[in-house]
Design a binder for this molecule. Structure first.
Ligand code: 13P
Ligand code: SF4
Length: 348
């Protein structure tokens, strides 16, 4: 091991000794050194989502964080190349916000079940059924869907974005559960109209605020149940249960805290519970455990996001070596999508 690799190995080992086997750390330290050298050569910045596997998460990103955080970093960077260690909709958002940069996604298979759940045609059909009702779209969507929307949101600002519109009727896409959680927090109802039934405008009946939702789901977070929480609480009565707002409203209601990936990381760091159960993608559980070695993290790690999982350090190295996979967003779509994303960033 040369000096640089040894230094990288030592840095990774200090964090990951209890989380990643030593043999893997040695291999990954070598790759990390190669990536960092190419990063300098290509004047690149690496953004890593909180769901990246621990060895990657703790070695190569210049910035790690949740979707909102990383879109801000993507917008601000003056580097020539942005390598996005996340999924396609995140890399697209980087390109939308900073179009003159080369944006690379290390895998061409890093999709998202939520982003796949809705098309731009679906949004146009909804707008025709509910004329004049503003469209709030979760960032977990592709650029053409964002382009049809009035404003985007992430899991950390969804309620604030809806409130910023000062209206009591909002189309909220495409996550059934995030929509359900936001509606409950606002004291509104949520409806899921069957837009296939009629091409004509639909009336919204009843008093009070209404979210018009869509039945997309995150294939990871939909798997957690209230029964999971009850079973763990029966064994560990004082456990702090944290869940992502892409979990069902029943699961978030049964949790002690629900928030974005950054918010959950902060909660564990700043609180003192005898145990923690984090209901989200399981690599993040490892990353939190590594950052908080004195805390007792219970593992309910049955779900790794298959899309985030396609982003490896080997592929990140190849992304920089072979300039792949370059993200391109047609300018006419980009300009309209940028309006929705920038409006959201303005709200915070
Ligand atoms: P965050 O914005 O909370 O990081 O969530 C992104 C995501 O894809 C969750 O599944
Ligand atoms: Fe999409 Fe869920 Fe994976 Fe996040 S965890 S990228 S929402 S499939």
């Amino acid at each position: 091991m040369n000096q640089q690799t040894q230094a990288m190995y030592d840095k990774m080992r200090a964090k990951l000794e209890k989380v990643v086997p030593d043999v893997e750390l040695r291999i990954k330290a070598e790759i990390a050194v190669e990536i960092n050298a190419l990063k300098v050569e290509r004047n690149a910045v690496i953004l890593g989502h909180n769901y990246m596997e621990p060895a990657l998460f703790y070695s190569i990103p210049d910035f790690a964080g949740d979707s909102l955080d990383l879109s801000r970093k993507a917008a601000q960077t003056d580097k020539d190349v942005i390598v996005f260690c996340g999924v396609k909709f995140m890399a697209e958002t980087a390109k939308i916000l900073n179009p003159t940069k080369t944006v690379l996604l290390p895998s061409d298979k890093a999709g998202c079940s939520l982003a796949a759940a809705i098309t731009a045609d679906d949004v146009r059909a909804l707008k025709a059924r509910f004329p004049g009702v503003p469209v709030v779209t979760y960032v977990n969507t592709y650029a053409d869907v964002k382009a049809e929307s009035d404003i985007c949101c992430t899991s950390s600002n969804a309620k604030a974005v809806v409130e910023s519109l000062h209206t009591d009727k909002v189309i909220f896409l495409p996550d059934e559960y995030l929509g359900g959680n936001v509606a409950r927090d606002l004291g509104w109802k949520i409806i899921y109209p069957d837009i296939a039934l009629t091409p004509a405008p639909l009336p919204i009946t009843g008093e009070g605020g209404t979210l018009i939702g869509w039945k997309g789901r995150c294939e990871v977070h939909e798997k957690f149940t209230v029964n999971d929480i009850q079973t763990v609480r029966a064994q560990f009565p004082d456990v702090a249960v944290l869940s992502h707002p892409e979990c069902s409203p029943e699961v978030t209601a049964a949790s002690d805290f629900s928030g974005s990936t950054n918010a959950m990381i902060k909660y564990v760091k700043e609180s003192h519970a005898p145990q923690y159960l984090v209901l989200t993608e399981c690599a993040m559980g490892d990353n939190i455990a590594a950052a908080n070695p004195e805390k007792d993290m219970l593992r309910l790690c049955m779900v790794r996001c298959p899309h985030m999982n396609t982003i490896t350090m080997e592929d990140t190295l190849n992304a920089l070596k072979f300039n792949r996979y370059e993200i391109d967003v047609p300018e006419e779509i980009r300009v309209r999508a940028a309006r929705s994303v920038q409006r959201m960033i303005g709200i915070g």
